[in-house]
Write a new protein. Structure first.
Length: 264
């Protein structure tokens, strides 16, 4: 398994500044990799007692048999997070768990994945691509179409991590909606959006100081994988996906952006 190098944060200490109500049901924050996992994780960590947070590992299918019984226990509910593919065993494992599934616009996902793969925070099998070893457009195409025996393609990643969970009890949210509502946190629209999230997590009604907790958890300085906190990221990646690569995304995963609500 690839290794992710993470900086420590102080959110466990910040958590102690607030009165915490114990979880009554296990909550699992599932996400497509590079869709804002740390952002939603850090926000929700401010609403759950630290002793009910499963920090042992990011839950993934290879670790499910060992960690699932504890992370998803109904007797001792925990808040956990990870990238859990939809399969028969994973579906059974989360049947009594409140599950959030986080996605991101595939166009932006390609760029986020490329930045992460080329950073020093990712220790995988792609070291030969770092330090200017590949042209930008070639790199983006690899993010879309995959690297044989090293990294799955975009369609496969979204199919197993997100699309297959749709229509189940999982609650789908979009990274862009988190960002939009963080920017307008004082508005009724943001309150309605976050109330929906808290209800899906079984944290309802939320504490009256929920906005302050959200701001602390969403602080980008607390995230190892926020763009500005990545070490050695590729300097030549564009801010927006080029038009040719957008068409390549649509070719590689036709209908995906529409399914996820990014186009009408």
């Amino acid at each position: 398994m690839p290794r992710v190098i993470m900086r420590p944060d102080n959110l466990n200490e910040r958590n102690a500044e607030f009165e915490q109500t114990p979880l009554k049901q296990p909550v699992f924050l599932n996400s497509v990799p590079k869709c804002g996992t740390h952002l939603i994780r850090n926000i929700m960590r401010m609403f759950v007692p630290v002793e009910q947070q499963y920090h042992e590992i990011f839950i993934q299918r290879p670790f499910l048999a060992r960690h699932g019984p504890v992370a998803f226990s109904t007797e001792k509910p925990m808040l956990s997070w990870g990238h859990l593919l939809f399969y028969d065993d994973s579906s059974i494992a989360v049947r009594n768990v409140r599950q959030i599934v986080l996605v991101r616009d595939p166009y932006d996902w390609v760029l986020a994945r490329a930045r992460f793969f080329l950073s020093e925070n990712f220790d995988g099998s792609v070291g030969h691509l770092k330090n200017g070893g590949i042209e930008t457009e070639d790199l983006l195409n690899l993010m879309i179409l995959g690297i044989h025996n090293k990294a799955p393609n975009l369609e496969e990643t979204f199919r197993h991590n997100a699309c297959a969970w749709m229509g189940t009890a999982a609650h789908l949210i979009r990274y862009e909606d988190i960002i939009t509502n963080l920017k307008r946190l004082e508005t009724p629209e943001a309150e309605a959006w976050f109330m929906s999230l808290f209800a899906a997590c079984g944290i309802y009604p939320p504490p009256s100081d929920w906005r302050e907790r959200v701001r602390i958890g969403a602080d980008r300085k607390q995230s190892s994988t926020a763009r500005e906190n990545l070490d050695g990221a590729h300097p030549n990646l564009p801010d927006a996906l080029p038009e040719t690569q957008k068409r390549l995304v649509d070719y590689a995963a036709p209908g995906l952006r529409r399914l996820l609500g990014y186009t009408v």
